[in-house]
Ligand binder design. Structure first.
Ligand SMILES: C[S@@+](CC[C@H](N)C(=O)[O-])C[C@H]1O[C@@H](n2cnc3c(N)ncnc32)[C@H](O)[C@@H]1O
Length: 456
């Protein structure tokens, strides 16, 4: 039977995909249906047909999943932030586990790698410590701040968000009111006019320290000192930074930071450690789960006091610092210079003296470090960005052959790809997903690759 656009069909949802979408098949032809849940029977309207698959939208839910819940968010359908708010939280953890297991089974022999149940949060609400609100004028000429609509640059006016921390939302709203009152012009992407582009707010969830970054197109901002006074007096903001971004780009932050108030950074506490956070350095967005993840990584690594540990893609040094009491020495590598400055400072603050940090691209610095210092890792922890490991790093690992590689990843697809590339020398037994981003389709994973020759 040929699937036709604008025709209605009744389908059974057989699974949920990597983006949370429901999956159905008509005569083996795959159809993706946003908002559908495994186990449901649904009347759908086909909206797009491609060669290998089609997209449908829900017309009527004929048999409802027991996991379907009332959506709590008024902008859920339009906002690109969450994909799973219509599903019971526990079930979202099962979906994430299944998705990672399916990925693994496509690449490795069935049963070779076991994916465990996703570790969820006790309270999966308001968990994010970083908020980024675009500012713009809408079609009606009104100032808006909020979130980008799914796959678009249209801004949905900010409403109550259930994953964002509440103080960030309050402060952003106060800035919104202020710029409207004072007539401060938002940036216009098309014309490249106006001033304020983004409001970025970072919060130390345990210290309650707040950093506010005003991303502007131009060094001059009207009523700047009044805005700073308001944020400090009324919201006790610890530091305020003006970030200059005059490029026509999707990247939120520009390269230049001007501190308008405070020291230009905040602190947060993870486990028993204090971390200094600057405007541009990476810091995990869900600190509660970051702690869970780091502890799992260290437990899975089964480190010893004899081990030399390389922490590749180390950010501000968090994982290396967590691991430092269990090993002889840690070497961290990270490409962002400011992050390495923060990492060195973090080692000092926490009185860690068996750790060294190096700035640069892992692709080159990993081998340089070994050649120059003649140090070789017994264990490596990698926590790369979404694109995963580069070829050089894969080859370096295969050449150096540390006995274990702990792979932490926010993108299971590239993690599984890299595991396959390392398969000639390394064996993976299990993967532990951690729910770092509740109610979104994203999942963090942690796994250990064991050097085959060293397995007894
Ligand atoms: C997912 S974050 C992990 C950071 C840290 N491990 C943590 O848990 O906070 C990835 C980090 O890799 C850094 N990075 C990206 N590409 C890199 C590269 N080619 N070489 C070194 N670091 C890189 C980013 O700046 C970022 O800090």
């Amino acid at each position: 039977m040929e699937i036709k656009k604008n025709e209605e069909y009744v389908v059974d949802i057989i699974d949920n995909g990597m983006e949370g979408e429901g999956i159905a098949k008509i005569n083996d032809f795959v159809i993706f249906i946003s908002g559908a849940i495994k186990g449901e029977k649904i009347k759908i309207l086909i909206v797009k047909v491609l060669k290998t698959h089609a997209y449908g939208k829900i017309v009527k839910i004929i048999e409802k999943s027991p996991y379907r819940i009332e959506e709590d968010c008024t902008t859920y359908k339009r906002c690109g932030g969450c994909q799973l708010r219509h599903i019971d939280y526990e079930e979202t953890l099962n979906i994430k586990q299944r998705n990672v297991q399916n990925l693994v089974n496509k690449v490795f022999k069935k049963g070779q790698i076991k994916v465990h149940k996703t570790i969820g949060m006790g309270n999966p609400y308001h968990y994010r410590n970083k908020a980024q609100y675009p500012v713009a004028i809408n079609k009606e000429g009104k100032v808006q701040i909020g979130v980008f609509a799914q796959r678009s640059h249209e801004i949905i006016q900010m409403q109550k968000c259930f994953i964002q921390n509440e103080i960030a939302e309050k402060i952003a709203f106060a800035i919104y009111k202020f710029i409207k009152q004072k007539g401060i012009e938002p940036y216009n992407e098309k014309e490249q006019t106006g001033i304020l582009r983004h409001i970025v707010i970072k919060v130390g969830m345990r210290t309650h320290e707040v950093m506010c970054i005003l991303v502007v197109n131009n060094k001059k901002m009207p009523c700047e000192s009044q805005l700073v006074d308001m944020l400090v007096k009324e919201y006790d903001v610890k530091t305020i930074i003006k970030n200059i971004n005059d490029k026509n780009t999707n990247v939120i932050l520009g390269n230049q930071n001007i501190t308008l108030h405070g020291d230009g950074y905040i602190y947060d506490i993870l486990g028993e450690y204090t971390f200094k956070i600057s405007p541009i350095s990476f810091y995990q967005v869900n600190p509660v789960q970051a702690e869970v993840l780091y502890n799992i990584a260290i437990e899975m690594a089964n480190l010893t006091k004899e081990d030399i540990l390389f922490d590749l893609y180390c950010g501000i040094g968090t994982i290396g610092i967590f691991a430092s009491p269990y090993v002889k020495k840690v070497y961290g590598i990270e490409i962002v210079e400011q992050a390495i400055k923060d990492a060195k400072e973090n080692a000092k603050i926490n009185k860690i003296d068996n750790i060294e940090f190096y700035v640069g691209d892992v692709e080159r610095v990993f081998s340089n470090l070994m050649e120059k210092k003649q140090v070789y890792p017994d264990v490596i922890i990698v926590d790369p960005p979404r694109k995963g490991l580069d070829k050089n790093t894969i080859n370096n690992i295969l050449a150096v052959q540390p006995k274990k590689v702990v792979y932490i990843s926010c993108n299971p697809a590239t993690m599984v790809r890299d595991m396959k590339l390392l398969e000639e020398k390394y064996e993976v037994k299990e993967i532990q997903p951690v729910d770092m981003f509740p109610f979104t389709s994203h999942v963090e994973c942690c796994s250990v690759l064991y050097l085959k020759d060293s397995i007894q």
